[in-house]
Design a protein around this ligand. Structure first.
Ligand SMILES: [Zn+2]
Length: 236
């Protein structure tokens, strides 16, 4: 069975159970993992991330069921079921999805070696300090062009961390670059939170375990003033 036709049929079936008709659904090559939908009365159209193409039918069925519950606004439970989360955390998901995600990313250097700093050395320093653990399959890279809006980026889902090449400069102390990477690694440790509170008080407390965090924060603020840079944000 062709998978594209499979998702159409599956969403029609699940949607029918919720009283939705007609229903259309197809996979789309979004860079980020997401689903978009349009609802009009009892009809609905879904554009589903193609990272779910290799998910089995039971997972897709559960997911579709949650999506229909969500669009009917029946309660607020998460659209990601426990089974789906388990699959998204699996090695096989990452092995398939990460290379696709990297191909779709526009601004990556595909290298952890910068002109001034080597991110894998930063990572080793953080591990040696006992601040972070080893992450299997983590892809660490500089950005190709300096990103002034966001100095660090983490996709815990895709296990990718990108640090803006703004930080790869002699004018930026090594400690500050390490701190930016540390911040993103904390997001990686948090994993798939599927929540919006990325920088809660617990997160800020853990940030302060970094020796010299005050100095690093001060430097980042100065850099932001100078260049219009903000400190890192992340998505799950
Ligand atoms: Zn962050």
């Amino acid at each position: 069975m062709e998978r594209g036709a499979g998702i159409q049929r599956l969403f029609e079936e699940v949607g029918g159970g919720h009283g939705f008709v007609p229903v259309s659904a197809g996979f789309r090559p979004f860079k980020e993992f997401k689903v978009q939908w349009q609802r009009n009365g009892r009809s609905a159209a879904f554009q589903v991330t193609d990272y779910l193409r290799s998910a089995d039918q039971d997972l897709l069925r559960e997911f579709a069921d949650r999506l229909f519950e969500r669009i009917e606004a029946k309660g607020k439970h998460e659209i990601y079921t426990a089974n789906l989360k388990e699959w998204l955390r699996s090695r096989s998901f990452v092995e398939n999805a990460q290379p696709v995600y990297l191909r779709r990313s526009q601004n990556l250097a595909f290298s952890d070696e910068g002109t001034t700093y080597d991110l894998s050395e930063s990572y080793e320093r953080l591990k040696a300090l006992g601040l972070v653990r080893d992450h299997d399959g983590l892809f660490l890279t500089w950005t190709k062009r300096p990103n002034h809006q966001r100095v660090g980026y983490c996709s815990a889902l895709m296990r990718v961390i990108a640090i803006s090449s703004v930080m790869d400069s002699e004018r930026v102390p090594e400690l500050v670059t390490d701190y930016v990477l540390y911040h993103e690694l904390l997001h990686m440790e948090d994993g798939l939170s599927f929540s919006n509170s990325h920088h809660g008080s617990g997160f800020r407390q853990r940030e302060r375990r970094f020796p010299g965090w005050e100095e690093a924060e001060r430097s980042l603020r100065a850099l932001a003033k100078e260049q219009g840079t903000r400190t890192g944000r992340a998505k799950p």
